[in-house]
Design a protein around this ligand. Sequence first.
Ligand SMILES: [Zn+2]
Length: 240
Amino acid sequence: MTFLRLATAVVGVLFLASCQAPSLPGMGRGGSTYGDRAGPQGFRTVVIDAGHGGKDSGARARGLTEKTYALDIAKRVRAELSGYRVIMVRSDDRFIELDDRVRIASRSGDAVLVSIHLNYGRSYRAGPETYWWRVDSYGLARRLHQNMNAVCPHESGNAGFVRRRLRLTRNPTIPCVLVECGYLTNSRDASSLASSAYRERMAEAIARAIKTQSASGDSGMGPLPRPIYAPPSKASDARG
Ligand SMILES: [Zn+2]
């Protein structure tokens, strides 16, 4: 560890100590500004965020509209999470600002957030992508990516598993992951996503990842990445 890195870590710890109550690493209790701790285990609350809504349709391609399919998959995930307290950021076709989605997540207690989207890009790009930023979200993100890839193995030219600072991967005070369940612009992904049986399998995959994280924490996820002490994401650098 270089002096600079050590100094950065010490400053980070002092800053954290000054502005929040102490929390047990890995237990997921209480909020965490930076998420610089192990992933949660034993949580019973899940915040499901169906991307876009209302005046914001999200991506539109091949006759499919992102906001509609995101909500459909979100509702299927909710149905798969019996025994959990599920908070739906939206359960109908309404517009909600990203910062309001962050607030809903942050006041949900000992919970995790999964934001569900469909992707848009060049027609050859295909397959799921998973976006995360915080250390406490890494295990859940990997589980989500693995489970979605098992449903959709035909990846092509996509970003895959990405550490990116977005409003919904950095700003909530709970572990948070954004998933893109496939490309509406790809003929194969689009025809899969048009099928309710496929969306059900994708929802089962997302729910399975959440349940495994709650049961096992970060067990089997290997070494955790280093925390990055970056400021909250703003509209100017956000996506999603
Ligand atoms: Zn989206």
